[in-house]
Design a binder for this molecule. Structure first.
Ligand SMILES: [Zn+2]
Length: 199
């Protein structure tokens, strides 16, 4: 497929930069870099387990996932993670730690850099499903459902490994039940609080 310069409209030509073949402008310094997309996933701890959302949209419609999503170009990933929690499970959260950074390979799209955080609820707000979720539910760590995305499964495996043996398998209780289902109108969302972060 032919690509064009965003500055001058010229047809891009193949250039070699640091050993990689890339498409660049013959007239100026524009290069069509295929940068990885940056995305976040958040393990939100609550009494009895963690919060998961069931997706209302593709990919993975109907399946469970961690709240999270893409980082905007001018956004700190901490802020992006908190914003996505507000949008997807409608509660303010405080990031408590970085779980890990993951390379997520894609065949037909740019690969992704996944940044996973642990967080807890910032106040007494009740989670409820945002537009991209069908429902939000608390799951005990020993009874998590299959995840929509392998990368979220990796995050949870790592999270559980860090928590065990204290919590994993300690209680045989089933999930703590439905927190909120779509249709129950969520109360107006409070303004997101900036996550507390260590400098
Ligand atoms: Zn150009």
């Amino acid at each position: 497929m032919t690509h064009y310069c965003v500055n001058c409209g010229a047809e891009l030509v193949t250039r070699v930069i640091e050993g990689r073949e890339v498409e660049g402008c013959p007239n100026d310094d524009f290069v069509l870099w295929h940068d990885p997309k940056v995305t976040t996933a958040v393990v939100v701890e609550v009494d009895g387990g963690i919060l998961l959302g069931r997706r209302a949209i593709e990919p993975g419609r109907g399946q469970w996932c961690l709240p999270g999503g893409f980082v905007n170009d001018d956004e700190d990933p901490w802020d992006a993670a908190a914003r996505e929690c507000m949008e997807e499970i409608c509660v303010p959260v405080e990031m408590s730690r970085l779980i890990g950074v993951y390379h997520i390979a894609k065949r037909t799209a740019p690969s992704m850099i996944g940044i996973a955080y642990e967080a807890r609820l910032a106040d007494e707000s009740r989670p409820s499903p945002g537009l991209e979720m069908l429902e939000v539910r608390v799951f005990a760590l020993d009874s998590l459902p299959p995840m929509a995305f392998p990368s979220h499964q990796n995050v949870l495996d790592e999270y559980r490994a860090a928590k065990s043996p204290v919590q994993a398998g300690a209680e045989g209780s089933p999930s703590a039940g439905v927190v909120a289902q779509r249709g129950a109108q969520p109360s107006p969302a409070p303004a997101p609080s900036r996550p507390q972060r260590k400098q």
